[in-house]
Write a protein that binds this ligand. Structure first.
Ligand SMILES: Nc1nc2c(ncn2[C@@H]2O[C@H](COP(=O)(O)OP(=O)(O)OP(=O)(O)O)[C@@H](O)[C@H]2O)c(=O)[nH]1
Ligand SMILES: [Mg+2]
Length: 298
């Protein structure tokens, strides 16, 4: 992409004008700056299109996938930024990411936590980081290539076309899962059906973990009140966004079983989701859902 000029507006946001007159938000100070006032900005407002994307990937022992995954995301056309939340992986995943950060200085970031604290809290940490840094489109993706990074663009387009939350769904056009044993496909499919039955959400893939949130959804949810940690976390986030009245769109994706590395799926995660969803639904009867900023959540 060709950058014509760099500027900073009155609110201190760094912008860059591209060859086709779009203004992009940047997150790192460029080497040369010129200061502009808001009259310049208003001239360009019609063309303003924020490209402030952040893909969040939680990792635990993903040394066989992480470098290939980082390089793949960095090569995609929408110039995604990437945040890895690594829980002190004993296999050195974090070290590999830090080496790559020297190559992708302004687009690759890491948050390191001490010990395996779970997928749900990893994403909550990532969401908070994303909001603090002013990102507009925030993606969830696994490190193991079960989610095809090429599909990020589909999720992004769905949000640009009006979705508040876009979900990469395995179950809206048949069952799009490659290389899972039949038992796991059936478990996942019927788990989704169970969640639909309990919650009444009209979402086909309720446990999906490949998503794009617009920042307004994450700002509206009280992240400290999300209780579930594993698959339940994915369900509770969708349920809360749905209760808050956001526009949720499912886009078809193909999910492929991991080829490298070790699974972290366990019976405990399944149990937490099964009972957790019932408790979540029960709590929802006593809760008034209001978007944060409109009022408190009770
Ligand atoms: N930071 C962090 N990441 C985790 C944790 N558990 C899993 N992950 C990551 O979350 C993503 C999804 O985990 P997976 O192990 O692929 O779970 P899954 O897709 O249900 O199961 P498999 O694909 O069969 O392994 C991967 O990128 C993992 O490395 C955790 O406790 N902390
Ligand atoms: Mg996986």
């Amino acid at each position: 992409m060709l950058l014509n000029c760099l500027a900073i507006n009155n609110s201190g946001i760094i912008l860059s004008e591209t060859s086709n007159n779009q203004l992009l938000k940047l997150h790192k100070k460029p080497t040369c700056l010129k200061t502009i006032d808001d009259s310049f900005l208003s001239l360009h407002n019609n063309n303003y299109k924020s490209m402030s994307n952040l893909v969040i990937i939680p990792t635990y022992n993903e040394k066989d996938n992480i470098e290939r995954m980082v390089r793949k995301v960095m090569s995609l056309e929408n110039s995604y930024n990437l945040l890895i939340i690594d829980d002190g992986s004993p296999d050195g995943t974090g070290t590999i990411v830090k080496q790559l950060m020297q190559e992708y200085t302004d687009r690759l970031f890491i948050v390191e936590r001490k010990g395996k604290l779970g997928l749900g809290t990893a994403y909550i940490a990532g969401f908070k980081w994303a909001l603090e840094h002013g990102y507009d489109y925030i993606f969830e993706m696994d490190a193991d290539f079960s989610h095809n990074p090429e599909d990020l663009n589909q999720l992004y387009n769905a949000c640009l076309n009006g979705a508040d939350l876009a979900i990469g769904s395995r179950y809206i056009k048949g069952v799009n899962v490659v290389n899972w044993p039949m038992g796991r496909v059936l478990m996942s499919y019927f788990a989704s059906a169970y969640v639909r039955f309990v919650t009444r959400m009209k979402i086909m893939d309720t446990t999906a973990g490949f998503k794009c949130y617009t920042s307004k959804v994450l700002k509206a949810i009280n992240l400290d009140e999300i209780k579930l940690k594993g698959y339940g976390f994915q369900i509770e986030m969708k349920f809360t966004a749905w209760k808050l009245g956001f526009n949720i769109v499912e886009v078809p994706i193909v999910f492929t079983e991991r080829r490298e590395g070790v699974s972290k799926m366990s019976g405990g995660i399944f149990n937490e989701a099964f009972w957790g969803i019932l408790r979540m639904k029960f709590r929802s009867f006593f809760k008034t859902y209001k978007r944060a900023g409109e009022n408190t959540n009770k």
